[in-house]
Design a protein around this ligand. Structure first.
Ligand SMILES: *Cc1c(COP(=O)(O)O)cnc(C)c1O
Length: 390
């Protein structure tokens, strides 16, 4: 992607993510894995899918994992496996990627959005409690940006009200909460293997992880035409399988995930070191949480100007997400208005995601950090960022 600029930037660009840099470190292994699937013509629910499912379940310290075609499908099918659908309400976060809500809608249920805790960007437990009705069947905590949600109080609340907890772990492969892996903290968990995720395929993919054998069996049928044995269709299932080629690639990449997550943590620490005291609000980890830094999200009231300044220096940044789910046209029918979720709304205007990936080097982190510090020093308004909302 080249931008039309009259003068080339002084330094090479810092991309937001660099999937090519990662591929170059594992190219031989990945290419072999792909060739093997083709040579064996083992395309649909092949051996690699089953091996990957076993390995990913073990990675999450959970007994079962069922590969599907995306993270959105993982959320939808997990809900369906628990018989959650029409007439049911499912609580999730207003500040997530829209797929958290789409999974609920596609299952036939109604997403009930709530605001988030201003420190972790994850579900506010008091807000969940207020949103529970007779129709509530499940809670979907989102481990946003790779930081685990407050799972202990959420589980407690869920147990009290007999609700199912399905983790949206699409941004948090490998994160830990009180020493335990995400994916093993609820009744089930949904992961995405969209290419840019911490564990990304070379196309779409997803997986449901669960400790419930019955749910696992049902998911195996749900993703595969509702069939138990060939041509025996017990119900109207779907074609939502994880592709064997993607599974083969993911098996190679899973071996490196811990190392890559450690590199992300290293880079998060470097950002913290360089940017502390600069006037920008930095992300942190709650007690007992080990984040995997899918995104490194800072906040400033001068977000748009800073974004422009960084772009001018060849530094790619992002905003995750600029419009909260309750203000999206797709969810107009939920009847929300501006002001309903003050934290999610205030943050949508202030958040900025800095370049973050395992191969990002310390020179690049330093360059991004000094560009931010320079901007804030020249615009003292940056110092006045309010730290608490409302
Ligand atoms: C990426 C993502 C999803 C959806 O995953 P897809 O594989 O793109 O369908 C769901 N929830 C969150 C929080 C995500 O980041």
């Amino acid at each position: 992607m080249s931008t039309q600029m009259s003068k080339p930037p002084k330094h090479p660009n810092v991309p937001f993510v660099d999937l090519g840099a990662q591929y170059r470190t594992i190219a031989t292994e990945v290419n072999q894995a792909i060739s093997k699937v083709i040579e064996q013509t083992d395309f649909i629910l092949g051996r690699e899918v089953h091996l990957f499912e076993e390995e990913f379940a073990a990675f999450c310290d959970a007994p079962y994992a069922i590969g599907v075609d995306s993270g959105t499908s993982a959320l939808e099918l997990a809900l369906r496996a628990f018989d959650i659908g029409t007439g049911d309400e499912v609580i999730t976060a207003a500040n997530s990627f829209i797929a958290s809500a789409l999974g609920i809608s596609h299952a036939g249920a109604t997403p009930v959005l709530v605001d988030v805790d201003p420190y972790t960007y994850t579900l506010d437990v008091k807000a969940i409690e207020r949103a529970i009705t007779r129709r509530t069947k499940a809670i979907i905590p989102v481990h946003l940006y790779g930081h685990p949600a407050h799972m202990d109080p959420i589980r407690q609340l869920a147990d009290q009200h007999r609700l199912v907890v399905i983790e949206d772990a699409c941004q948090a492969h490998g994160a830990r909460y009180q020493g335990k892996r995400v994916g093993s903290l609820g009744h089930a968990a949904a992961f995405s293997f969209y290419p840019g995720k911490n564990l990304g395929a070379y196309g779409d993919g997803g997986i449901v992880v669960t400790n419930d054998r019955k749910v696992a069996k049902r998911l195996e049928m749900l993703r595969n035409y509702g069939q138990k044995e060939k041509y025996q269709h017990l119900f109207r299932g779907y074609n939502r399988r994880l592709d064997t080629m993607q599974a083969a690639i993911l098996r190679v990449k899973l071996k490196y995930l811990e190392k890559w997550n450690a590199a992300r943590r290293w880079n998060a620490n470097l950002y913290q070191k360089h940017l502390e005291g600069s006037g920008i609000v930095l992300p942190g980890e709650a007690g007992g949480a080990e984040a995997v830094w899918h995104l490194y999200v800072v906040r400033t009231e001068r977000r748009d100007a800073l974004k422009e300044h960084l772009a001018g220096q060849g530094i790619q940044v992002g905003v995750h997400y600029p419009v909260p789910i309750h203000l999206q046209p797709a969810y107009e029918d939920l009847g929300h208005k501006l002001g309903d979720f003050p934290v999610a709304e205030a943050y949508a205007d202030r958040i900025l995601s800095l370049p973050m990936y395992a191969e990002l080097n310390s020179g690049q982190v330093e360059r991004v950090s000094s560009a931010i510090s320079e901007f804030l020093a020249a615009n003292s308004a940056g110092q006045t960022e309010v730290r608490q909302i409302a």
